[in-house]
Design a protein around this ligand. Structure first.
Ligand code: FO1
Length: 307
């Protein structure tokens, strides 16, 4: 079964790891968010692609959810002491990847080609595709002003309520090579338990990707990132409350109107399944506390559609 997963970082990366553990790697393609890519200390950082790469390579810091395990921070401390940027924590091991990626991009390589090269070097067999090779960046309109994603998320600790999410470059961004082919070949499409606005949203902002999903002939299963209406981590619940009017499964489903057939929700949300319309709910345990839990959630999503 060819499976395509659309994913952000952290929770999405954990879920992708569960899917790959359940299926064999070559039948899974992952389309990753690049809306939160950022230039720090002159380096191109693709946090969500990297969280997925590290999760699949077994290098992820499981607790933090981003960056590498066994990390040290000497370069960051030195940069800070010298008056350089230290608001975005690049660890020493992580830095090596950003150096290689940045050099390859500056030499004219496309992000998709560089990502494939990094995946191969890390022994990752799963096809990891950035949604686009073109510049696509997420911006947040808040009462305190308009911020690029990482400034709002990391520097300001996502404390500002969000009035609107915008994507710079969405009118012209083309799907990266392989993205439409992966969707076209898929027997099943999964939307990872990622923030629908700032993690999956930027992928769907690539117009041809959204169109390909809208005209799918196979099922699309979204996994809710909320448990009991609350985000496990991050601002998804606050954003849903303000932008969709609530945090119940139907509010989440409304973010994916016309794009999903099944919604996997947590047991804690099983009493709140009204208003889903044509979207079929599946109830599962969605907290990915360890490898078994990740796999069980992946099995629930994969099993949502009879083979
Ligand atoms: N998240 C933070 O909250 N603080 C950081 O300093 C930080 C640094 C960082 C460095 C590399 C990387 O790949 C991810 C990093 N993240 C950090 C996570 C990242 O900002 C977000 O989790 C994602 O962009 C949202 O999916």
């Amino acid at each position: 079964m060819n499976v395509v997963v659309l994913s952000g970082g952290v929770g999405g990366a954990r879920f992708v790891r569960g899917v790959v553990d359940v299926l064999s790697a070559p039948v899974t393609s992952v389309i990753g968010n690049v809306g939160d890519d950022v230039e720090v200390l002159g380096l191109h950082v693709s946090p969500d692609l990297d969280s997925i790469l590290y999760a699949l390579a077994g290098l992820a810091d499981e607790k933090r959810g981003w960056g590498r395990s066994g990390e040290t921070w000497h370069a960051l401390e030195t940069a800070g002491a010298l008056g350089g940027e230290d608001w975005f924590a690049l660890g020493d091991r992580d830095l090596g990847l950003h150096l290689v990626r940045t050099q390859a991009l500056r030499a004219g390589g496309a992000l998709s080609a560089v990502t494939a090269r990094l995946a191969k070097a890390l022994g990752v067999a799963t096809k990891l595709l950035p949604a686009t090779d073109d510049r696509l960046r997420t911006w947040l309109d808040t009462p305190a002003g308009t911020f690029p994603f990482q400034e709002w998320f990391v520097a300001r600790g996502h404390r500002d309520e969000v009035d609107a999410v915008r994507f710079e470059g969405d009118e012209t961004a083309r799907p990266a090579p392989g993205v439409l082919e992966a969707i076209g070949r898929a027997d099943l499409i999964l939307l990872a338990p990622s923030n629908p606005y700032v993690s999956v949203g930027p992928i769907l902002a690539v117009q041809k990707v959204r169109a390909a999903l809208a005209r799918r002939r196979v099922s699309c299963v979204a996994v809710s990132p909320l448990i009991g209406g609350r985000a496990v981590k991050g601002p998804a619940d606050r954003m849903l409350r303000r932008l969709a009017g609530g945090t119940s499964p139907r509010h989440l489903a409304s973010c994916y109107e016309g794009l999903i057939d099944v919604l996997v929700v947590d047991e804690a949300d099983a009493d709140d399944l009204g208003g889903l319309g044509r979207v079929r709910p599946i109830v599962a345990r969605t907290l990915m506390s360890d490898a078994d839990a990740r796999r069980r959630l992946a099995e629930a999503a994969l099993g949502a559609v009879p083979a």
